[in-house]
Design a protein around this ligand. Structure first.
Ligand code: FES
Length: 319
C-alpha cells in the first residue's frame, strides 16, 4: 500500500516504563501532520516490508507529532524488537495516515476507561481529550508493577490535580486486578465504558458488560480474537479486476488475492487493524475480526479478508 503514506522522522525516543519505549514522529520539514482523533492508530512500515499498527498516545489536539508507545514483545514477530533495538532518533520511517477503529464518544455524560499494560496507549490519548473537553471521566489502569506503568508521572500528576479520577493498580502490590466490581451496577444512561489490554482482561470486560447496551461498550484488541477462517475451495470473484480465484488449502482470502497479483492494503494479518477491509458485493462472509461491531458484521457489507472467510460457497468482492 502506498496511498496516504507519510515519510516521518523519529524526533525522540523516551523510556516510559520497564520494556516500554515511546517514539515521537515528526515531518522532516516541520509540516503539520494529518489530524487524528483519540483512539486512532497508525501503521508503521518496517524496513523489511512488514507493517505494525500502534495506537497514538499523544493528545489529538497536537498536529506537529505522532507518538506511539511500544512494549518489547519477546514472543512477537520482531516488530517491537526492531523498534527497541534498531530504530534511532533521526531515522526516517514510512507511516500510514491515522485510522480510527476505537472512537471516543465525546458527548458521553460519563466515561469509564479501563487499561491493562500497553493497552494504556489509546486510553491515555482519550484521557487527555476528555480532560480538554471538561468531561466527566475516570481511569482504571492495571500493570504488573509500578515499574511497568507507562506515563506514570503524568497520570499521578493528573490524579493529584483531580482526586478520584485516576486509579492505578499494581498487581505485585495489590494482587490481580478485578474489573468486575467497577461494572457491577450495570449500565447507566449516558455512560460509556472502554477497555484496552491483554486478552484475559478483555474477556472479563466482555463478560462484565454482557448486559450493557452494545453501543455503550467499547474495546480494542491487540491480538487476534478468533481463529482465522481458512476455507479451501472458496470461490472469490474480484469484481473490478475481472478475476475469479479459488482459495487453496491453508490460504486466507488475502493470501489468494495477493497471489493473484491484485494489490490490496493489509497490515496486522490478525483481524485487529482494519486495513484489509473490503466491500462485499455478494455472498455471506464468515467474520472473524475484532474491528467490525456485531451490527456491522450483520450487514455483511464489508469484511476483513486477512482472517474472515465465507459461509457461502462464493464471494464477490469490490476489488
Ligand atoms: S490486515 Fe489488519 S484487519 Fe486485516
Amino acid at each position: 500500500m502506498t496511498q496516504g503514506i507519510l515519510s516521518l522522522r523519529v524526533n525522540a525516543i523516551r523510556h516510559e516504563a520497564q520494556g516500554i519505549l515511546s517514539f515521537e514522529f515528526v515531518d522532516p520539514s516541520s509540516h503539520s501532520l494529518p489530524a487524528f482523533q483519540a483512539g486512532a492508530h497508525i501503521d508503521v512500515h518496517l524496513p523489511n516490508g512488514e507493517v505494525r499498527c500502534y495506537s497514538l498516545c499523544n493528545s489529538s489536539e497536537e498536529t506537529h507529532r505522532y507518538v506511539v508507545a511500544v512494549a518489547r514483545d519477546a514472543h512477537g514477530r520482531g516488530g517491537s524488537a526492531y523498534m527497541h533495538d534498531t530504530l534511532r532518533v533521526g531515522h526516517t520511517l514510512r507511516i500510514g495516515r491515522p485510522r480510527q477503529h476505537f472512537p471516543l464518544r465525546e458527548d458521553a455524560t460519563q466515561t469509564v476507561l479501563i487499561a491493562g499494560g500497553i493497552g494504556i496507549t489509546p486510553i491515555w490519548s482519550m484521557v487527555q481529550r476528555l480532560q480538554q473537553l471538561g468531561r466527566d471521566w475516570s481511569l482504571h489502569y492495571a500493570t504488573r508493577s509500578r515499574a511497568h506503568a507507562a506515563f506514570l508521572a503524568e497520570l499521578t500528576a493528573l490524579g493529584q490535580a483531580h482526586p478520584g479520577r485516576v486509579h492505578l493498580h499494581f498487581d505485585q502490590e495489590q494482587g490481580l486486578f478485578d474489573l468486575a466490581p467497577l461494572l457491577r451496577n450495570g449500565a447507566k444512561a449516558g455512560t460509556h465504558v472502554y477497555c484496552c489490554g491483554p486478552r484475559p482482561m478483555l474477556a472479563s470486560f466482555e463478560l462484565a458488560t454482557s448486559d450493557w447496551p452494545p453501543e455503550q461498550v467499547h474495546l480494542e484488541y491487540f491480538q487476534a480474537q478468533d481463529v482465522p477462517a481458512l476455507v479451501q475451495g472458496l470461490e472469490v470473484e474480484l469484481h473490478r479486476a475481472g478475476k475469479t480465484l479459488v482459495v487453496a488449502e491453508g490460504q486466507s482470502v488475502l493470501d489468494a488475492v495477493l497471489d493473484a497479483g491484485v494489490d490490496v492494503a493489509f497490515s496486522c494479518m490478525a483481524g485487529i487493524c482494519g486495513s484489509c477491509e473490503v466491500t462485499v458485493l455478494a455472498g455471506e462472509p464468515d467474520h472473524r475480526d475484532s474491528v467490525l461491531s456485531e451490527q456491522q458484521k450483520a450487514t455483511n457489507k464489508t469484511m476483513m479478508i486477512c482472517c474472515s472467510g465465507a459461509k457461502s460457497a462464493r464471494l464477490v468482492l469490490d476489488l
